[in-house]
Structures are given as structure tokens and as C-alpha cells.
Design a protein around this ligand. Structure first.
Ligand SMILES: Cc1cc2nc3c(=O)[nH]c(=O)nc-3n(C[C@H](O)[C@H](O)[C@H](O)COP(=O)(O)OP(=O)(O)OC[C@H]3O[C@@H](n4cnc5c(N)ncnc54)[C@H](O)[C@@H]3O)c2cc1C
Length: 300
């Protein structure tokens, strides 16, 4: 049986799509089609989809909210497995929140506020899923996922559901062991402190205002395009290199924050890739610093 039929039989019609444009599933709003796009609704279906692909040696890619992704214009061969429908959030005890992988970080952060739990204020403005947040060790304003992480329920290389603790997740700046170990994150338990709802809300409002002032939030992007190079800030290097507003095709270095590449409307991935190359070579030439992409580049 073809992979499409195998998945459709288990996940149901409407939950497995053919030639789905990835530009509809990335915050950059670019990217060609995924051959097959699967939307499992629970951990069993997610495990089934991963296992079906692995058994058939069929390529697959796990998608969170696509907020740290640049999908090339040829799209993604194989199956894209979206976690978007796995979005339950609950309170297993007074100090812990459990969220399924596809729950959005802003929602988890607001859930923490609603229960008077502090520590996740930083995550309210990060437009990714909590699963993607764990994989990327997402962070902002002095906080990161590592600080609140307790355990993650993951599918391991042998398709077993196992719990991974903080130490085994091996978090570092914008990375975790998830990619290296081939873990698919199904759910995350976070440990938080009790706090005053007014203080938590005030901190979130402050972070929100800072983002609004500094970041080009009204234009499609994938956040900071480059990692922070040791001893420097990517945005400052790009600005000092004279690249503010520099454009190739419909992709441009943001006028508001030079660390962001933005889609000015109808950009294609090729525009963004050429611009990334150009920025990297100008910054290297002027300052001898190699900017590494934080954004993950995938597809053909
Ligand atoms: C406006 C804007 C602001 C941003 N600000 C910040 C910020 O302040 N701090 C920050 O750290 N990031 C920021 N980002 C980047 C992005 O939101 C984070 O990297 C986020 O953690 C990505 O989550 P996602 O669900 O979108 O992951 P995706 O982009 O979908 O995927 C990222 C990677 O994780 C993998 N992945 C996703 N889910 C799973 C899973 N369940 N199991 C296994 N692998 C998985 C994917 O295969 C891929 O390799 C920003 C982005 C935007 C657009």
C-alpha cells in the first residue's frame, strides 16, 4: 500500500493531504509542497505515522509551527508530520504544567499566568510550539526552555515512548539532544514556581512591549535569522556592515531589526537564501565573523 493510503487509513480523510504548500505552514510564508502532509491528533497516531515511515524507509520531517524554518522552493520529499493538533495543556500538580508538543508557547505561557505560575513569561512572544521550543531550547529576555524543563515524553529511535530528563536533553544555546538522538517530542512537563499573577502579567507586558518596539512583527519572518556569534550581536554586525534594508528579490534585511530577514510579500525561498549568503559574506569580509544560521533550512 502507498504511504498516503497507509496514513489515511489510520489518521482519517482530511488529516493526510497531498502536495500541501509549506508556505501555508511557515511563518516566513515561503516553501514548496510537501509530498504528503499528515496531521496526527494524538500521540498514538503520531507514533503510528513515525513508525510507518521508518518501517518503509520513507523520509519524514516533524513540523512544529514552522517559525524557525526556511523551506526551499522545491518543497519537502516524503511526509511532513505536523504536531499542530497535539495541543492539550494541563496541570499535573501545583508546580507543574504538561503540554503536548504542538501547544503554542504563547498559550502555555498564558496558562502559567492563569495558574499563578512564574518562569514562562519569556515564552509568551515566541511563536513556536513547545515541542519546537524544546528542540531549539528557545529563549528570550534571560529565560530559556532549559530553565523550566522537567521531562519530555519522546519517541526514540526504536519507536518506544520514553521519558527524557533535563540532563539527558543536554540543552545548550538554541539546541538540545533531540535532533542528535532522533527524538520526536510528544509532550513536555515543566516545573514552575508560584508567583503573583500581577507580577507575571507585568513581566509579560514588558517583554511584549520590548518586542513590539524592536522587532518587525508585522512582516513574515522566522525570527532571528542568525545565531548570536560569540562576543557579538548578529543584528549589530549586519547593521554596521551597511546592510539595513538591503534586499534581494522580495526578501530584505529588516529596517527595524537587522538580525531579522523579512518577506516583503511574495518572496521565494531562493530570495531569502541568496540574501543569507550575501549577508554572511559581507559580514565575514568586513568583520571576519562567520554568521551561522539559527533558522533551519530544509527541503529541495
Ligand atoms: C517573530 C518571531 C520571533 C521569534 N522570537 C524568538 C525568540 O525570542 N527566541 C527564540 O528562541 N526563538 C524565536 N523565534 C524562533 C522560533 O519561534 C523558535 O525557534 C521556536 O522554538 C520554533 O518552534 P516551532 O514549533 O515553530 O518549530 P519549527 O520551526 O516547526 O521546527 C524547528 C525544528 O524543530 C523540529 N521540531 C519541531 N517540533 C518537533 C517535535 N515535536 N519533535 C521533534 N522535532 C521537532 C523541526 O523538525 C525543526 O528541525 C522567533 C520566530 C519568529 C517568527
Amino acid at each position: 500500500m502507498e504511504m498516503f493510503e497507509i496514513l489515511q487509513q489510520r489518521l482519517g480523510a482530511g488529516h493526510v493531504l497531498l502536495r500541501e504548500p509549506m508556505k501555508n505552514h511557515t511563518t516566513f510564508k515561503v516553501g514548496g509542497p510537501a509530498d504528503i502532509f499528515a496531521i496526527p491528533r494524538n500521540v498514538d497516531e503520531l507514533t503510528f505515522a513515525i513508525q510507518a515511515c521508518r518501517n518503509a524507509d520513507f523520509p519524514y520531517f516533524v513540523l512544529g509551527n514552522g517559525s524557525n524554518l526556511l523551506v526551499r522552493d522545491g518543497g519537502i520529499r516524503g511526509v511532513v508530520i505536523s504536531t499542530a493538533a497535539l495541543c492539550e495543556i494541563c496541570l499535573p500538580d501545583d508546580h507543574k504544567i504538561y503540554a503536548q508538543a504542538g501547544a503554542m508557547m504563547p498559550d502555555v505561557s498564558k496558562f502559567a499566568l492563569a495558574h499563578g505560575l512564574c518562569g514562562l513569561e519569556f515564552a509568551e512572544g515566541i511563536p513556536g510550539s513547545i515541542g519546537g521550543g524544546v528542540v531549539m531550547n528557545a529563549g528570550a529576555y534571560g529565560g530559556e526552555i532549559k530553565d523550566v524543563f522537567c521531562t519530555a515524553q519522546v519517541i526514540d529511535k526504536n519507536c518506544r515512548l520514553i521519558d527524557i530528563d533535563l540532563q539527558s536533553m543536554d540543552f545548550a544555546y538554541r539546541k538540545s539532544a533531540a535532533a542528535a538522538q532522533g527524538y520526536i517530542v510528544c509532550g513536555v512537563t515543566m516545573r514552575l514556581d508560584k508567583g503573583s499573577a500581577a507580577d507575571i502579567a507585568a513581566k509579560m507586558a514588558d517583554f511584549r512591549a520590548r518586542r513590539r518596539d524592536k522587532q518587525p512583527l508585522t512582516m513574515p519572518s522566522a525570527g532571528s535569522t542568525f545565531k548570536r556569534p560569540p562576543g557579538h550581536f548578529a543584528g549589530k554586525l549586519i547593521m554596521d556592515a551597511g546592510l539595513r534594508g538591503f534586499a534581494i528579490g522580495r526578501a530584505a534585511v529588516s529596517e527595524k531589526h537587522c538580525g531579522f530577514i523579512v518577506n516583503k510579500g511574495d518572496a521565494v525561498a531562493a530570495d531569502i537564501l541568496s540574501l543569507i549568503d550575501h549577508v554572511q559574506s559581507v559580514v565575514m569580509e568586513k568583520f571576519g565573523v562567520m554568521l551561522e544560521t539559527e533558522v533551519k533550512i530544509v527541503g529541495e
